[in-house]
Design a binder for this molecule. Structure first.
Ligand SMILES: [Zn+2]
Length: 455
């Protein structure tokens, strides 16, 4: 069943031709390599940990099958590999000394580094995943820190992906939990796309939507089994993550898999939250807390009757571009982040008349949109339970963020990406501030969570 889904998805993908998910898939790694790269030489790229976990075996299998290989390129195990540009330059320079096809053996960071380095040498590459920890394996682009700023550098996805379930199961528990949170975030990102579609900001692409959303419930409905090491649950997770990546490939944008919950995560990441922790706070764990936060915001929004908006009043109080810029600058303290946020916010800022037009449309479509969004979402409390069952943090305190900073994230996250999400819907309808207030009063969603900590 999963094979059929993947095959159908591969027909829509631009870069990835072959995905092999199975228990024992490493045994077929040489066939997979040959199937796409023929007699080209191979170079295994790993870090000290992933080389032990799977790199050695990949190297041995390639050699035994008679593939030409060169000395593996192994980054040190310690300190943990970080996705910064210097690592890319280092690997790229080494790759330029030969013609071998890189075989990345690792997870998020390693894959991102190999993806971009291979691209800079104009070479395709193959990926052997070692953890079901994020959806980036099959996504285009690599999230890399360059001159102090985390950015998505463009580069094609791997030509071939191999994911051996037995290897994935041996990965640290937190990595699997992170992947689960990254996948569950598609619940809120899907809702955001429904909103953007209804307001004619960004139309839903049926293929990009269906690759990520059609089986999302099935991929995520057994977090307890996943945590207990059930192989079927692991297979569902990696299938969901790989399909999400293929969805981004087919639509050529992360819209298919990333909404406001990811903006929470990106903001925290850019501010260095958990970067010094050991291991560093994962992408998925930030997305997970963001997903709960956004699901809770949706609950406040969905309670309102937006068919009832006072459009004239909202138009009259709508900020000009200059006012908006001032407000964004006042919300950020890091200079790079501030510049980026101004650019992104102004890119989606509409005039007062355009706003009025959009809000009129909203009034018309709200009853139908409200139904669709309700169907897409799950209660925030349910999302929290599922994340907890998978072993994920679900509160800001657990990821080292103070309650005030967390609360401010609702307004600030809106500013860092031009993508239209529920944060924009809430802001443009004049509801963002009041919704957030409602979440943090003692009987509100976050108020109830925070009270025990506050004593
Ligand atoms: Zn993600």
């Amino acid at each position: 069943m999963s094979e059929q889904r993947i095959d159908a998805a591969l027909r829509e993908a631009t870069d990835t031709r072959d995905v092999n998910i199975a228990a024992g898939a490493l045994a077929a790694v040489a066939d997979a390599f040959r199937g796409s790269f023929g007699d080209s030489p191979a170079v295994v790229v790993a870090d000290g940990n992933t080389f032990e976990v799977a790199g050695k075996e990949v190297q041995r299998r390639l050699e035994e099958a008679g593939c030409t290989t060169i000395e593996p390129y192994v980054f040190p195990a310690e300190p943990p590999l970080y996705a910064e540009y210097s690592n890319i330059e280092e690997l790229r320079d080494s790759l330029r000394e030969h013609e071998a096809i890189p075989v990345a053996v690792g997870s998020g960071t390693l894959n991102a580094i190999v993806k971009r380095s291979s691209h800079e040498c104009e070479r395709p590459y193959m990926c052997v995943g070692t953890a079901a920890s994020m959806d980036g394996y099959t996504a285009f682009g690599a999230s890399i820190e360059k001159v102090g700023l985390k950015q998505t550098l463009s580069c094609p996805a791997p030509r071939v992906v191999v994911a051996d379930l037995e290897v994935l199961e041996r990965a640290p528990e937190d990595m699997m939990a992170s992947g689960y949170a990254d996948l569950l975030g598609k619940v809120t990102s899907g809702a955001d796309w429904l909103v953007a579609d209804a307001l004619e900001v960004e139309k839903i692409d049926p293929m990009g939507w269906s690759l990520v959303q059609d089986h999302l419930r099935g991929w995520t409905n057994s977090p307890e089994a996943l945590r207990a090491g059930d192989q079927k649950a692991t297979e569902h997770l990696i299938e969901g993550l790989i399909m999400s990546g293929l969805g981004m490939q087919s639509y050529e944008s992360s819209r298919t898999a990333s909404g406001a919950e990811h903006q929470f995560s990106h903001l925290w990441e850019m501010e260095g939250l958990g970067k010094e922790a050991d291991p560093p706070l994962s992408h998925g764990f930030k997305v997970g807390v963001g997903t709960v936060a956004i699901a809770a915001l949706y609950e406040r929004i969905l309670e309102r009757d937006l068919a009832d908006l006072d459009v004239a009043a909202l138009r009259d109080s709508w900020p000009t571009r200059e006012e908006m810029e001032r407000s964004v600058r006042a919300q950020h303290t890091s200079p790079e982040l501030e510049e980026g946020a101004v650019e992104q916010t102004l890119a989606k800022h509409v005039s007062a008349d355009e706003l009025a037009e959009r809000l009129e449309r909203l009034r018309e479509v709200w009853p139908g949109l409200r139904e669709k969004v309700r169907e897409q979402l799950m209660p925030a409390e349910r999302i929290r339970e599922m994340l907890r069952a998978a072993g994920c943090p679900t509160t800001p305190v657990e990821i080292g963020l103070g309650w005030d900073d967390f609360r401010d994230t609702y307004a600030r996250a809106r500013t860092i990406r031009k993508r239209y999400t529920v944060l924009d819907l809430a802001f443009e309808t004049g509801n963002l501030g009041t919704c957030v207030d409602e979440l943090f009063v003692p009987e509100g969603f976050w108020g109830r969570v925070a009270t025990p900590q506050a004593g």
